[in-house]
Design a protein around this ligand. Sequence first.
Ligand code: RTP
Ligand code: MG
Length: 139
Amino acid sequence: MATNRTFTMIKPDAVAEGNSGAIIKMIEEAGFRIVAIKKTLLTKERAGEFYAVHAERPFYGELCDYMSSGPIIPIILEKENAVLDFRTLIGATNPANAAEGTIRKAFAKSVQANAIHGSDSDENASIEGFFFFGGIEQF
Ligand code: RTP
Ligand code: MG
């Protein structure tokens, strides 16, 4: 299986509660290598741009408020089969449906404040990585 990359973001609830270290530990123990990482804040406008695919959904406004409510930690990761394996590691969007051993099972508070993002395709992983990191940072 080819080594490839995915993009993740530790969301405001998990950063604010001091869970980022434990989440990064789970990610590394699952075999992902950190390519790029930082702590930053999204404005509501930039959160809206990141989640533009959901612009017509009823939860879009609340999602943009939540994603701009505090610092986030965007990360580019590398592993064999990265996108699919990472979606498995984070678990279902709604923590009530998240499997044991997943990051959302351990740390998500609600369907919105669900601790972590994971790209849903190779193409989106690349687009989302470049949303936060310049090419020179993606070594
Ligand atoms: P993500 O994009 O953040 O990795 O999450 P996902 O693929 O599991 O879920 P998606 O459908 O893409 O939704 C994006 C984020 O929007 C929030 N959400 N709120 N209130 C609601 O019903 C609702 N549904 C989704 C969550 O923060 C979700 O992760
Ligand atoms: Mg999604």
